[in-house]
Design a binder for this molecule. Sequence first.
Ligand SMILES: *Cc1c(COP(=O)(O)O)cnc(C)c1O
Length: 465
Amino acid sequence: MSNINSDLALFNELVEALLNEEEKNPVADRIEADKLYDSIDLSLNESAMIDDEFKTVLRDVLISTPKTATNLFFNQLFGGRQGKAVLGDLLAVMLNNSMYTYKVAGPQVGIEQEIIRQSCDLIGYGSQSNGTFPTGGSMSNYMALIMARDVKDPSCKLEGMRNPLVVYTSVESHYSNAKNVSFAGIGRNNIRYIQADSTGRMIPEKLEEQIIKDLEDGCIPTYVNVTAGTTVLGAFDPIDKIADITEKHGIWLHVDGAYCGSIIFSEKYKHLLKGMERSDSFSYNAHKMIGTPMTCSIILVKDKKHLHSSFSNDADYLYQTDGDDFNLGKTSFQCGRRNDALKFWTLWKSVGTKGLRQIVDQQFDLADVAREYVSNHPDYTLYSFEDSISICFNYKNIDPTTLCTVLYEHQITVVGFGSFNEDTFIRLVTINATNSKEDILNFFNVMEEFVEKNPQVLTKSLSFS
Ligand SMILES: *Cc1c(COP(=O)(O)O)cnc(C)c1O
């Protein structure tokens, strides 16, 4: 069987090739989905593959996989590569612990708890708080919802759902909310989508109106999800005003900060989370703004007893030594659980909290550059607002979906589109903190050059309502 040292040598060789390729071609050659199996040998066969062929296939796969770490990738709510976090993740793979017990995770337990403790302090949650690392932001929202459900309807855990629970989120919130109410047994028809204002923020008055109506109808308001950084516009729901309402009516308040909750690290921008300490739970994805490899999501709970009451289960075969505080499986969704904390910790340890603050603030600085560029150029229309790292715009009335597609097909840049109310637009996300101001200006430059050389994209123009 193979020897790990030669595999690691091969790893280094392949990574070097990948980094060179990223330098040369920041946007990967796209393989049409229907030609995929003809383009690369992805087949699994009865016989072993000899080393040279194996290496060639691996290189082919690496080279043709979309490149998310380069300065021309703006498509998603993640991007770039923080070296110290990559280092931590590689070490986590080598260690291959599972995070459920102190017996098998040892100091990794303390690493996870240190991140949770410091994050809770930044939110202002107090001494009863704790948290865990779910598989991602969708799962973080799910865990929050389950805790809210169990608080409101404790019999549900044994008897199943018998009461008419309802939950609230904004129309601009993440789609995981809809799936989660279905998984939780509450049902998709019992989610209330609250209207957002002209800047994409949930309207507190509309929320309270709906809660009062539901109470009159005999429903049980259970959970309010507010978003810190909505998926399209990057808007921040007004947590403080909404907390007035959830406190008054005794409803669990969760802050979905998957996209932009990491601004807890920013002196300059954390005012956008005013009132966050009044929430019951708060989640953020370090693989988005902080730039760790996927995935690294953290849910924090003001009172840890809810984590225990909803997620612990006795398992004598597993929990044989050490106290609950060191056996993290007592408060997690999974049993075996990947070590997502180490990559965040290696980054945090090496750059300090100050370094994380710079990573977060840099994204807003880049967003300012992009917003200013768009505002100052008459060929552009801007659709987004201050204090957001999503810059939404259209260029020369070109259909944004067409433009995004051709830019991608021609390996110019990878950027996506979104919609808000009646408008559809290109959404540039300045989440890669390793980018510079020049990289952002370069994005506009390569796009404009492409349009100039390919005027036919102009013909399918936007119909403004
Ligand atoms: C990305 C995102 C999620 C989902 O997080 P995953 O880690 O992709 O599951 C949830 N909510 C918001 C606001 C997001 O931006």
